[in-house]
Design a protein around this ligand. Structure first.
Ligand SMILES: [Zn+2]
Ligand SMILES: [Zn+2]
Length: 336
């Protein structure tokens, strides 16, 4: 099969790889859609021998011994190859597996290839009336977004406002899931420096703040809000995280989904202890969450579909990445 090769320095060409054969417990998926993700920046600029793509969906074309999934079934592929047997997997925290076998698209060939070989436990089947492109919404958009909201709810039992710095696809996913899980009436302020993203955020019900023209504090005020109860960081900048920490209400919760930068708490008592703040990390999501998110997708198909703004063929993958990293897109999907 001819698959994209990430050479580094922002260049992608194509090369040949053999079509893998499913062993016991494995499925061979013909990939029909894979969403681009900001976390692929490293692969795009540094290069990799692995075929990237970790937001994939497609159809089962061959099934190894001992599997239960029928050939012809369409579904999404969970990124983390969890063991299913460790303490964390048994407790339902499959995103915190202690014996993870790999990460699809990072250290195992992923969804930009024609075919992807997976262990069956990573496959999440959907009804044939859903396209593979729609099924990718269950992954980073709904999965990662919804998990961050659940992490916040664990630490705060009456969330009345949310601030999301960063309106890239991760921020948009958090916004959409906040609206669906907390109710449309809970105001969600979302900031970015890219006007295109904020227009999209507004369509999803977010209150936009263009941070190239006003501060987060001014943005909150502009929308008639004061200190937010929760901030979910999708920007990954230390200065922004510090700004959010200072803005939060008493009992405030800061959830970090973004990876970049740090967080500085200069005076532990006055900045953190006194207001009884909570700081939480949120990494991807657990496989078990796919079921409830699938129910939300079924009920809000058109609303969630707005997050996808571009669909391109795999032959255009170079252009797709350039467009995506230039910033003026929602989710970009490679279809094949
Ligand atoms: Zn991703
Ligand atoms: Zn495990």
């Amino acid at each position: 099969m001819t698959v994209p090769r990430f050479l580094g320095e922002g260049k992608i060409d194509f090369h040949e790889k053999p079509v893998p054969e499913p062993g016991a417990g494995q499925l061979l998926i013909e990939v029909h859609a894979n969403a681009l993700c900001g976390s692929e920046r490293g692969q795009f600029y540094q290069g990799t021998s692995v075929t990237p793509g970790h937001e994939a969906a497609g159809t089962v074309v061959a099934a190894g011994a001992g599997t239960k999934t029928d050939v012809g079934t369409t579904g999404g592929i969970f990124l983390m190859d969890f063991c299913g047997e460790c303490r964390n997997c048994i407790a339902g925290y499959t995103n915190q597996c202690l014996a993870k076998r790999g990460d699809m698209g990072f250290n195992r060939d992923g969804g930009y290839g024609v075919y992807e070989l997976i262990n069956e436990n990573l496959f999440f089947p959907v009804d044939p009336s859903y396209s593979a492109t729609e099924a990718t919404l269950l992954l980073d958009v709904m999965g990662t977004g919804g998990h961050a909201i659940k992490r916040a709810k664990r630490a705060h039992d009456d969330i009345r406002s949310i601030l999301i710095p960063g309106a890239g696809p991760v921020g948009l996913g958090i916004l959409a899931m906040a609206k669906l899980m907390l109710g449309a009436n809970v105001p969600v302020v979302i900031s970015d420096v890219v006007p295109y993203r904020l227009e999209l955020a507004e369509k999803l019900g977010g209150l936009p703040v263009l941070t190239s023209s006003m501060s987060l504090a001014e943005g909150l005020k502009h929308h008639g809000l004061e200190a937010p109860d929760v901030t979910i960081d999708a920007a990954g900048k230390e200065t922004v995280r510090d700004e959010c920490m200072a803005l939060l209400a008493h009992r405030g919760v800061i959830v970090s989904v973004a990876h970049g930068g740090g967080l500085s708490i200069k005076n532990l008592y006055s900045d953190f202890v006194f207001r009884e703040m909570t700081l939480i990390g949120s990494e991807y999501f657990a496989y078990q969450e796919l079921e409830e998110n699938y129910a939300l997708l079924q009920a809000n198909r058109a609303y969630l579909g707005q997050v996808i703004t571009h669909r391109m063929g795999v032959e255009d993958i170079q252009r797709a990445f350039e467009l995506f990293f230039a910033g003026s897109t929602g989710k970009v999907i490679i279809e094949q």
